[in-house]
Design a protein around this ligand. Structure first.
Ligand code: ADP
Length: 305
């Protein structure tokens, strides 16, 4: 991956009326060719951020450059550099995907000979549905059509707002495959999500925002390494009594006749100490499974701090 910066955000602030401070001094950069995930719970400021980029909301202060164009000085070039995929499905049910893309291209002033309708339909796996009415497409297909619509003017950067919200597992996979195909042809992707597993699977880097503050910005790998929590599951033949000295460093998730599941901090406690306690009670351990933390754990921890 090269290090050309395609989006730079400096000291971005957004205050809505009634003094709602939705973005507080946001600073971030996105590199060419990466999938950048913007994560945060509801109300964190993700939509506000996207709406500012899309020109739907004005920022209160700060500086934004997209593909080398300044949002205040060259808003049209900024718009041309971005493909924005909204959250809500808003495609006309009486058009076919092909027709919709042609219309959208027209709106963006893309000349007939420069249109890449077929290529786009192929990319989002809708080629076979090119001439079906949109109302007959599944929910997942309609979502992919939204992605297609955002591509007609060949933007180098595509922003997806919660692309898989409310989509079932199978369609979700197809949707994410379309996003990966986009990345494979060199498009830079910014996606917002509150599904942490999705960010973990898709993103090269992740920024976490909470209440308008960027509270973490890391590669996905580093983000996962940062957390020291480990989860252990013992299959046992009777209930284990856990004494206070252990209790204070352990979080008990399940403790019954057959199973003991605990989480602990690797830097505070050693697995051997837990095993010793179990063994001292003549409890047999049939199986031990350990699990590394996922982003869910990271997220909860960061927000707590
Ligand atoms: P997210 O997309 O992460 O859920 P939003 O950007 O929608 O977060 O919201 C961030 C904050 O700004 C919230 O407190 C929300 O209530 C507020 N907000 C969003 N849009 C508006 C608006 N048009 N007017 C006033 N406040 C708003």
């Amino acid at each position: 991956m090269n290090n050309k910066i395609v989006l730079s955000v400096k000291n971005l602030n957004k205050i809505y009326n009634k003094n709602i401070n939705a973005l507080k001094n946001l600073n971030l950069e996105v590199n060419e060719g990466e999938i950048f995930g913007l994560l945060g719970p509801n109300g964190a400021g993700k939509s506000t951020f996207i709406n500012i980029l899309a020109g739907l909301t004005t920022k209160t202060s700060g500086d934004i450059n997209v593909w080398g164009f300044n949002l205040d000085k060259n808003p049209r070039q900024v718009r041309a550099s971005l493909g924005i995929v909204p959250q809500e499905v808003n495609v006309d049910p009486f058009f076919t995907p092909k027709k919709l893309l042609e219309l959208q291209a027209g709106l963006y002033g893309v000349k007939k000979k420069d249109r890449i309708t077929e290529t786009i339909l192929d990319l989002v796996a809708l080629k076979e549905k090119a001439n079906s009415y949109t109302r007959n497409l599944s929910g997942g297909m309609q979502r992919r059509l939204l992605i297609a619509k955002a591509l007609v003017h060949k933007p180098p950067i595509v922003i997806l707002d919660e692309p898989t919200a409310g989509v079932d597992v199978e369609l979700r996979k197809k949707l994410l495959d379309s996003v990966k195909s986009l990345r494979d042809i060199g498009v830079t992707i910014i996606l917002t999500t509150h599904y942490l597993s999705e960010a973990e699977e898709m993103c090269d880097r992740i920024g976490i925002i909470n209440k308008g503050n960027l509270i973490a910005l890391e590669t996905t790998d580093n983000m996962l390494k940062k957390i020291q929590t480990k989860i252990l599951k013992f299959t046992v033949n009777k209930k284990v009594k856990l004494f206070d000295n252990l209790n204070k460093n352990l979080k008990i998730i399940t403790n019954n006749e057959t199973e003991l599941v605990v989480s602990y901090e690797k830097n505070i406690l050693n697995i051997q100490e837990i095993i010793d306690v179990i063994k001292s009670q003549k409890v047999d351990i049939f199986d031990v499974q350990s699990r590394d933390p996922d982003l869910e754990d990271v997220f909860i921890k960061l927000i707590k701090n």
